[in-house]
Design a protein around this ligand. Sequence first.
Ligand SMILES: Cc1ncc(COP(=O)(O)O)c(C=O)c1O
Length: 415
Amino acid sequence: MLLSKRAEMFLPDQWPAYFSRAKGCKVWDLDEKEYIDMSIMGIGTNILGFGHPEVDEAVLKSIEAGNMSTFNCAEEVYLAEKLVKLHPWAAMVRFARSGGEANAIAIRIARAATGKFKVAFCGYHGWHDWYLAANLGDKKNLAGHLLPGLEPKGVPAALRDTIYPFTYNCFDELETLVNNNDIGVIKMEVSRNMGPEENFLQKVRNLATKKHIVLIFDECTSGFRQTFGGLHKLYGVEPDMAVFGKALGNGYAITAAIGRREIMEAAQTTFISSTFWTERTGPTAGLKTLEVMERIQSWEQITQTGLDITARWRTLAEKYGLSITTSGLPALTRFTFGSPKALAYKTLITQEMLAKGYLAGTSVYVCTAHTPEVVNGYFEALDPIFGIIRECEEGRDVMSLLKGPVCHGEFKRLN
Ligand SMILES: Cc1ncc(COP(=O)(O)O)c(C=O)c1O
């Protein structure tokens, strides 16, 4: 159900894939074998670690008191107030339960507000038709270039030419797009693999303002990882709408689209409504997660840990004379080997680390349970594997060391 959790993405034929328990940064498989998660941590949902006691307690209390009723739950109002307080440019909030949904809500509201339907986008924004329509059609709209391998089967051909990709940090590309098409919405991630260069975000903001385009920052993954709220706060550039997901409920389903009043009010001119957006565990988890994050300044902790991990990867690579490139937000750090055998090496790391009790590849979604001891243990385990990779660079056959096929590559992003 989630591409990034498929066993083939990690270790084909050998990845445990299903869990019985999870706590902190530990996961137990169905045979009760324990692993330390130095990989995607639920794909970024759990900045405070799995099963955080305070968040779980708040959720359990809401279940005891009744999770659903004919009335709405007050927690959604409190959470909306908190999100608006953290982002004073915004005035209104819509909640959903997945990131793709919240993005679809934002797109609908933005289109309703401008009366224009064409979208320029950068980054990943979910599985819905409005987005996958980017892969429809011919060379003209970059089919086969964007998210290679993702077929838009089932997406109506009529959506062709409604959405256009642009490359991160390529302002001229976006400006040309905007000049040649009646773009009503710009949707982008603030930063993912690289930071903004040459005032990119501010230039996008200015362009959107000048052309009366609604600018939406998708903060589903970047939110709460480097700041208390959207990453855009760090860069001092305000969007017209922002979308939050992933970490907002520390593993419980709660996502949000926030925006300026004049834009959000367009929601009243269309129809956006769903039963389970009104259940109580999501906003309850969101409120408690934000309370704990604020108290322990989690974004500072995970950023420091991420910087430490990144620096130690580089040191390890130097020790063994390996070429690696690091990228990503500090708390979503990753490296790639500068070698044609990079994917095989990644598979080897996952295979060997799994045998040592770690879920690991070439990226880490950092959480507050990744203590210095945990990180030290991880590097002790990783060191000799870099040594084997050194041998492979000198001629040893990496394929003969793999007990199964090479893992699948991730889908490419335009940022
Ligand atoms: C930036 C961004 N937007 C949207 C999504 C989609 O969220 P979900 O998988 O919860 O639908 C993701 C998920 O990876 C994401 O990273």
